[in-house]
Design a protein around this ligand. Structure first.
Ligand SMILES: Nc1ncnc2c1ncn2[C@@H]1O[C@H](COP(=O)(O)OP(=O)(O)OP(=O)(O)O)[C@@H](O)[C@H]1O
Ligand SMILES: [Mg+2]
Length: 457
């Protein structure tokens, strides 16, 4: 809980401010500058509410004393004298704000809330940045969750061996990053890291891509070509989407891995290759083996050590940390020293969203936010639509908790959002939208009429 120190010689003022704030923060009181200094020495408050005219030293002197001690706690000055000069002097000394007595309680409450919120966020951001920098980063991978801490240890262990690793995980979970980390932490780090996406190369070209070819090996082979295996010599070859490798290439790859040598296309002189091979797939290879789509012998050969990258929704505690890391990187890229902050609503939505596209989607969402916020605070509205919707669901719940909406209103607003999303996802084709929701088109139409959703086709 945050704490506020009220410094005023009038007991009535101390008491009324204590009543005003006691529900949202801890309130300490002091009757003069000396006892205020003692209170600050005991525990630094998050905010000081400071009277100016008191018996003994003036409240303004306290501001100077605090700053001299390196205490940057914000101060709101309460001044009875209706003169601007005192306020001006207070601001010059570094007060955050001032209110004149008799003050309006609501206005004061708002100021206090804003300052406390600002202070809380600033502290949170500092803490996250520190974490990103110090403890929760390994080979470019960021994460504080136990699962990721485990992954760091696995990377460290695998880096010291030469075994072939199969990295599995949904799209965007950081499989390639993990492969790069294993390489980067290994004795081969000075050698090349060569990545090949087996799913992105035409099946008839993949052999030459991996093993290279001799001049004239096939029509169009006008030059000799060095393959990726040879290029990775002395380093690491990362075979991404290995599950997409055509059957005949699976045999050839198995041979290369077992014999540690390759044949360039059009040559029968084997070339020895010294490479560490790492592989990755987003497919369920075990099932592919059962269904006969992937060779069992190759599967066992590459899956000596499995490594699973967990989806982001299984490690939500990493979200704020990752967001901060991407904000920092984004700010650096556009050359601004101060990464923009996320608003409270934006942060809540990021933590609530399910992230089907995992870390990559989060990275893109932050980029989106950075681009739309133009350097200021990133609010919910500058995040991608899918994330905003989560935030809206959360605010609906809030409004219900606070009694501003009743049950029926919450449910129908929520239903409206789901219907709209299903319609948008299906380009407003009502048949397909209804299908995706598991309802008939007639029911969809009825609901659209009831909730006033107009068709847009
Ligand atoms: N733990 C992490 N810390 C920091 N950045 C991460 C982390 N995990 C992933 N990223 C970033 O997210 C993006 C996606 O990661 P990567 O390309 O490694 O995922 P992938 O699992 O290979 O995805 P795909 O299956 O789609 O190829 C990259 O920009 C990567 O730098
Ligand atoms: Mg990848």
């Amino acid at each position: 809980m945050q704490s506020v120190l009220v410094v005023d010689d009038e007991p009535a003022v101390r008491e009324s401010l204590r009543m005003l704030f006691k529900r949202e923060c801890r309130v300490e009181t002091a009757e003069d500058v000396e006892s205020a200094l003692r209170a600050v020495a005991r525990a630094e408050p998050d905010l000081v509410l400071l009277d100016v005219v008191m018996p003994g030293r003036s409240g303004l002197e306290l501001i100077g004393e605090l700053r001299e001690r390196g205490i940057q706690t914000p101060v709101i000055v309460l001044t009875a004298t209706n003169t601007v000069s005192v306020a001006v002097e207070a601001m010059k000394l570094g007060a955050a704000d001032f209110v004149t007595k008799p003050f309006e309680l609501e206005a004061l409450r708002l100021k206090v809330r804003q300052l406390l919120e600002h202070r809380r966020l600033a502290a949170e951001v500092l803490r996250l940045r520190d974490e990103v920098r110090e403890r929760h980063r390994f080979g470019g991978m960021v994460g504080r969750s136990p699962i990721m801490q485990d992954a760091f240890r696995t990377v460290e262990r695998l880096a010291q061996s030469q075994v072939t690793v199969l990295i599995t995980g949904e799209s965007g979970t950081g499989k390639e990053l993990a492969a790069r980390a294993i390489h980067g932490e290994s004795p081969l780090a000075a050698g090349p890291f060569v990545a090949v996406n087996c799913g992105a190369i035409a099946p008839n070209l993949i052999e030459s891509e991996l093993f290279g070819h001799e001049k004239g090996a096939f029509t169009g082979a006008n030059e000799k070509r060095i393959g990726r295996f040879e290029k990775a010599s002395g380093g690491t070859l990362f075979l991404d989407e290995i599950g997409d490798l055509p059957a005949e290439m699976q045999v050839k790859l198995l041979r290369a891995l077992q014999e540690r040598e390759i044949d360039r296309v059009g040559s029968s002189t084997p070339i020895p290759v010294e490479v560490r091979v790492l592989t990755a797939t987003h497919r369920d290879l075990e099932e592919d083996v059962r269904e006969g789509r992937f060779r069992a012998d190759l599967y066992y050969r590459i899956n000596v050590v499995p490594m699973r990258m967990p989806p982001l929704r299984e490690r939500r505690e990493d979200i704020p940390l990752l967001a901060e890391a991407f904000l920092g990187a984004g700010a650096e890229r556009i050359g601004s020293g101060h990464p923009p902050r996320l608003s409270e609503r934006a942060r809540a939505a990021l933590e609530e969203y399910t992230w089907p596209g995992n870390v990559r989607e989060l990275e893109n969402a932050i980029e989106h936010g950075l681009a739309l916020s133009a350097g200021g605070e990133i609010d919910l509205e500058s995040l991608p639509l899918a994330v905003q919707r989560t935030g809206q669901a959360e605010s609906l719940r809030d409004e219900w908790r606070q009694g501003r909406l009743d049950f029926d209103q919450v449910v129908s607003r929520f239903e409206t959002e789901i219907l709209r999303e299903a319609l948008e996802r299906n380009e407003w084709n009502q048949t397909r939208a209804a299908d995706s929701l598991g309802i008939t088109r007639r029911v969809l139409k009825l609901k659209m009429d009831r909730f006033g959703i107009e068709s847009q086709d």
